[in-house]
Design a protein around this ligand. Structure first.
Ligand code: ARG
Length: 580
């Protein structure tokens, strides 16, 4: 089904073409009215076309309206302010539209017209260390974007570009050899209970013991040249470390396939050779680098992007070039999306530019999504009380604990089992929701209290709304889902109409969510729906109604709200709760 703004836009375009042929169209022709007094939807075509047409925008709006054919959709079309065209939808049209939405298993949302193979590169922790909150955003955002694209019908390759290669691994390998020799015989004897501690201990030995440091450096060389014995130790370490990560992915209900930096080791030399052959990589102060047009240092001198160090070693950028080349060349991806913090924006723009110039990948098909920092409630980088980095595992444990306390307080009479389920969904879901309810690019303050606030744009609020709709169904003794499509929704009050219109806006919201890859727009919509439901709940008695038809209509409306919420939350990886 087309979204409401698209339906209206499809009527406006021919009218506009008729009154001023060739007029430029604004990017978004129709948008939801800023205020209900302006109707339901608004169009700004007259203002953007007026100049080209050499006409006054209001007069042009009048001409457009005269040429418009929307009597089947709209009850009124008005002109307001400098030339906005305001549309009020016909009640019967709206009811039919929502009816169609509800009779489709996808809420009337079509799949993408052209489906693609899309690599989404997210999470990507560095294996030497414990996953910390810095990887939380990448993991949650990447999963959600993957879900969006999967719902659109694309084939999504969810890739975990873990940092499993590089000099720090020499140190870790040597440390295992010395402190865990039994692991060399039998990998199952190796267990790191605390990765962070393991890393610290090996680093300490590296700094204090020159022999260890030398042996570590030799281990790096051996590793990179493919020495089987060294690789075997490295693998023991990586497997164990990945186990830590996957325990977290399981808690978060996130699917992802590991394909770390090491995967590209054999391609690195080829990448640099090809760049040299193409005349792109040139010697720059002993190293090899690519001069990209316009890239300058502070002194305004051309600045090279290094692809091979003077000691022959390769760097992060080389690996990413190999990854782009592999993803487009071998995996035949149509599009690649990489999610890291904002600070890597520059890195990826250079990588995409070089890969484009080298002919490996059209840069318009690669996107880096940079996210802002997660801050503490005090607005400073999120840290433990003692100033250390917060381990992701600890954050999730605390979220669940706090949600458990809340669950006990909200529903003292529930069983332990119920409390635990609520704690898990509201705790983990709360962490996801609070992250995704903010714009991706901006820093945001993470605050457990806000995350668990029962009123506001929070997971728990939306989950409670869903549970209310389910409670209504239980009390009505009906399978209210079965009412959808069978009973006529017959809104009577302003609150019911409001709710119906918000439901009807779902396909339009979705359009923006996938175009902009903006989870926050989806959550804002769920929040609006939950608020509208709250107003409906307060104003519209349901269970006590004598009028059976109206009662069923209200129950069906509640069931519709439940469907949108359940679907919406599933798009950000949050399950629903039957009761809270
Ligand atoms: N390991 C990197 C980090 O922790 C993230 C990897 C992102 N993906 C990539 N292809 N470079 O910052």
């Amino acid at each position: 089904m087309q979204s409401l703004p698209s339906l209206l836009a499809a009527r406006i375009q021919p009218a506009l073409a008729q009154v001023c042929p060739g007029a430029p169209l604004p990017a978004q022709l129709v948008f939801p009215a800023a205020n209900p007094q302006f109707g339901d939807y608004q169009c700004n075509a007259a203002m953007s076309a007026a100049k080209a047409a050499g006409k006054n925008p209001r007069a042009l709006a009048q001409e457009i309206v005269a040429a418009l054919k929307v009597s089947d959709l709209c009850s009124s079309v008005d002109i307001a302010g400098p030339g906005f065209i305001n549309f009020k939808l016909k009640p019967e049209f709206l009811l039919g539209y929502v009816g169609d939405m509800l009779s489709s298993p996808r809420l009337g949302i079509d799949q993408a017209a052209v489906t693609q193979r899309i690599v989404v590169d997210f999470s990507g922790p560095n294996l030497a260390k414990e996953m910390h909150v810095g990887h939380l955003r990448s993991t949650i955002i990447g999963d959600s974007i993957s879900r969006f694209l999967e719902f659109e019908g694309h084939e999504v390759l969810r890739v975990n570009h873990v940092g499993d290669w590089g000099t720090q691994f020499g140190m870790l390998i040597q440390y295992i050899r010395e402190s865990n020799p039994e692991a060399l015989e039998d990998a199952s004897k190796f267990a790191i209970s605390d990765l962070e501690e393991f890393y610290r201990a090996s680093k300490k030995r590296f700094d204090e013991n020159p022999e260890f440091a030398d042996a570590s450096r030799r281990a790096v060389v051996a590793l990179q040249s493919g020495d089987p014995a060294t690789l075997a130790v490295w693998k023991v370490f990586c497997d164990e470390s990945l186990k830590h990560c996957h325990a977290i992915y399981r808690d978060l209900d996130i699917r992802i396939e590991d394909r770390g930096e090491s995967f590209y080791n054999d391609d690195l030399a080829k990448v640099v050779t090809e760049l040299k052959e193409k005349g792109l990589a040139v010697q720059a102060e002993g190293a090899w680098g690519v001069f990209l047009p316009g890239r300058k240092n502070e002194k305004d001198e051309p600045l090279a992007t290094i692809v091979q160090k003077s000691d022959g070693g390769y760097i992060y950028a080389t690996t990413d070039l190999a990854a782009v080349r592999h993803r487009f060349g071998t995996l035949k991806a149509d599009r690649v999306i990489i999610i890291t913090d904002n600070r890597q924006a520059d890195h990826f723009s250079q990588v995409f530019e070089i890969a484009d110039t080298a002919g490996w990948a059209d840069k318009s098909k690669s996107t880096h999504i940079g996210f802002g920092m997660m801050l503490g409630a005090d607005g400073k980088p999120f840290k433990t009380r003692t100033g250390g980095t917060v381990k992701l595992k600890d954050l999730l444990i605390e979220a669940e604990e706090r949600a458990l306390a809340l669950a006990k307080q909200l529903s003292a009479d529930f069983s332990d089992e119920d409390h635990k389920l609520i704690a898990k969904v509201a705790g983990i879901g709360g962490v996801k929701y609070s992250d995704l309810s903010h714009g991706i690019a901006t820093d945001y303050k993470f605050d457990f209290d806000k995350m668990l606030a029962t009123d506001g744009n929070t997971a728990i609020y939306v989950l409670m709304t869903y549970a209310r709709t389910r409670g209504l169904a239980r009390k009505a003794g009906l399978e209210i889902d079965a009412l959808i499509g069978k009973v006529t929704i017959r809104p009577e009050t302003e609150q019911e109409w409001r709710l119906l219109k918000t439901i009807a806006a779902t396909p339009a919201v979705w359009q923006r969510v996938v175009e902009d890859l903006a989870p926050n727009a989806l959550l804002a919509h769920l929040y609006e729906l939950a608020r509208d439901f709250g107003a409906f709940w307060n104003a519209c008695p349901t269970l006590k109604l004598e009028d059976q038809e109206l009662k069923n209509s209200r129950l069906a409306l509640a069931a519709a709200v439940a469907r949108v919420i359940k679907w919406g939350l599933s798009m950000v990886g949050i399950p629903v709760l039957e009761k809270v």
